[in-house]
Design a protein around this ligand. Sequence first.
Ligand SMILES: Cc1cc2nc3c(=O)[nH]c(=O)nc-3n(C[C@H](O)[C@H](O)[C@H](O)COP(=O)(O)OP(=O)(O)OC[C@H]3O[C@@H](n4cnc5c(N)ncnc54)[C@H](O)[C@@H]3O)c2cc1C
Length: 266
Amino acid sequence: MTLTVETYGTLAEANAARRGDSRYLAGGTLVMRDLNYAVPGLSRVLRVSNPPRAIRQQGERLSMDAGVTMADVIESREAAFLAPVARSVGGPAVRNMATVGGNLFAAHPYGDFTAALLALDGEVQFVDGRTQPMEAFLAERDRAPLVASITMRMPRTGEFRFRKVARVKPKGVSVMSIAAWLPGAPMRVSQVRIAFGAMGPTPLRARAAEQVLEGKVLDASGIERALSVATQGLAPVDDALASAWYRNEVAPVHLRRLLLDEEPEP
Ligand SMILES: Cc1cc2nc3c(=O)[nH]c(=O)nc-3n(C[C@H](O)[C@H](O)[C@H](O)COP(=O)(O)OP(=O)(O)OC[C@H]3O[C@@H](n4cnc5c(N)ncnc54)[C@H](O)[C@@H]3O)c2cc1C
């Protein structure tokens, strides 16, 4: 099949040129795989010559252009709290190409960075100027226009935690990832947000656990009820890495380690 590659000057122009047979190419770590496997119905690739790649602090929020790469995040001072998340995505070659925007669309079991954005009250800005909270976006991302940027809360020191559980370390694919924004930690926490990656078709919030943590101190007795409801609302599937049963069994164990801020296993 013939493949056409079209290069545009802006995301808005690329967005206007989208049709059913086309895919936007960002870092290409997933799109190139589809092209190599000749995924049916993909005959046009749209790209932008120099997509914006800025990271900006805006009061209590941080904004990132969709074209920011994992390597950009690791180098950024403003986004230092997200460096462990970016470092968990693939190996160095992948991180040099993989974008934040592409991660928003990555299918299970990928999407570790997006789990962090969900925990951090992320909001998506589309190229047409509309905005959408991360959770609503993830529920209908297949119909979304191109994403221009993402904003998120900037946590205070010690309020954001991330763990990735993988069989191959340090750069294996997720059995699950857990990101949590814990305002008030390690003392009484309030308005906690916990997001799991690879525990459903998209990253999902553990709302039941969030609710019972309200006003609790993050110690063994304070987190007990949250662990008992940790998997409510999650929808893991069986894959080559782990069964849904296994994921459900170990999720409270990993959530416990994160909430008690225990060192991740080497
Ligand atoms: C070896 C390997 C290891 C990997 N390891 C991990 C991992 O550990 N964790 C993880 O989360 N992921 C992993 N990935 C998956 C992938 O690299 C990341 O999810 C990455 O962030 C995808 O970004 P990209 O720019 O390469 O996306 P692309 O491949 O360019 O695009 C992916 C999808 O997103 C869409 N898209 C991209 N940008 C936009 C935009 N601005 N607006 C609308 N749609 C857009 C594209 O059209 C496409 O459908 C891995 C991939 C490989 C090949």
